[in-house]
Design a protein around this ligand. Structure first.
Ligand code: UDP
Ligand code: MG
Length: 320
């Protein structure tokens, strides 16, 4: 008999939770040869999410929960859930039923019979999503796959079932700026991809704004590629070479024709161009520097306020 841990990050999900719990119970019933553990993570919700956890816990001791002291973000919630999980297999699943829990059985069977360490999901369609968002999402995947050695699958969801070995490897990556899609790919192991059509969330609203996603994708690029730094250096080399040619041309012109001063428009254009590129490159540098700055502080990824075992007093999250 295997134990399967389901990790569910929740931020303001009081409306979706009852539906989710019902579905999870159905899955657990169907797979009654296996033991289940539901690890709910309350990521500093402002609604009654924590109370719902407590109610569920009171009637079902498969339910465990961790409650953060504030909102640390989905990445931190996933990490905390993985750390708390005790199963031989660990799945991560969204609270809004956009990830069909019924697939867990299929995933588990695949891991049993085939030589995979992880079964992950991707959605084939993005129906119900704003058009601009889909467009930028696709562009992002193209870009990052071009500039990073860690390949990301377009449309990949975080929903997946992994072996304990793979989860332990993920837990070894204790970086503060977490980008799970990249981390899952970086640790390697054999992953089988299964596809399904996009499902809209059952209740509540999405927690991602366009800009939220935009900065999250920058995070992904900075965390998994240093290519932008190389591009910045390339700009430098290119403009140095151009300037050598220009210096030669100007000296020759002055010596031969004694060129009088002329043309401030061209000068202004050059100043704007070079100035702009300098700022861009400084911005790129700044991105990497700021991430380095945050990493060197070695702050805990999350802080627990309460678990199913009661209020946390001193047990701050196990730091490195
Ligand atoms: N979530 C979280 N912390 C956050 C934002 C989201 O734990 O700061 C959880 C949320 O409760 C849900 C999952 O992450 O279970 C996915 O969020 P959402 O459905 O809003 O994202 P989308 O499916 O629209 O990408
Ligand atoms: Mg969702």
């Amino acid at each position: 008999m295997d134990r399967i841990s389901l990790v569910i990050p929740c931020y303001n999900e009081e409306e979706a939770l009852p539906f989710l719990y019902e579905e999870l119970c159905k899955v657990a019933n169907r797979m009654n040869g296996q033991e289940f553990e539901f690890v709910f993570v309350n990521d500093g919700s402002k609604d009654r999410t924590l109370e719902v956890f407590k109610q569920l816990r009171a009637k079902d001791n498969r339910v465990r929960f961790i409650s953060f002291s504030r909102n640390f973000g989905k990445e931190a919630a996933i990490f905390a859930g993985f750390e708390a999980s005790t199963g031989d297999y660990v799945a991560m699943i969204d609270a809004d039923l956009q990830d069909p829990p019924m697939l867990i059985e299929e995933m588990y069977n695949t891991l049993q019979t085939e030589d995979y360490d992880c079964v992950a999901t991707r959605r084939t369609t993005r129906t119900g999503e704003p058009v601009i968002r889909s467009f930028f999402a696709r562009k992002f995947y193209q870009l990052i796959n071009n500039i990073s050695d860690t390949k990301l699958v377009d449309g990949a969801r975080d929903f997946r079932l992994m072996t304990r070995q793979m989860v332990d490897s993920i837990l070894e990556l204790r970086e503060y700026n977490r980008f799970s899609k990249g981390i899952f790919g970086w640790v390697g192991f054999n992953t089988k991809w299964i596809s399904y059509e996009n499902v809209e969330r059952v209740a509540g609203t999405t927690k991602w704004s366009f800009w939220g996603l935009f900065f999250y994708s920058l995070e992904g690029i900075v965390a998994f590629s240093t290519r932008p730094l190389a591009i910045a250096s390339l700009f430098g080399i290119l403009f140095f070479l151009i300037s050598l040619v220009m210096i030669a041309v100007i000296i020759t012109k002055t010596l031969i024709w004694d060129d009088p001063v002329q043309g401030w428009p061209s000068t202004v254009c050059v100043i704007f161009l070079i100035g702009g590129i300098q700022l861009l490159c400084m911005g790129i540098l700044g991105q990497y520097l700021s991430k380095t700055y945050l990493e060197t502080k070695r702050r805990p990824i999350y802080i627990v306020k309460e678990t199913e075992e009661g209020k946390e007093k001193d047990r701050r999250n196990r730091k490195n």
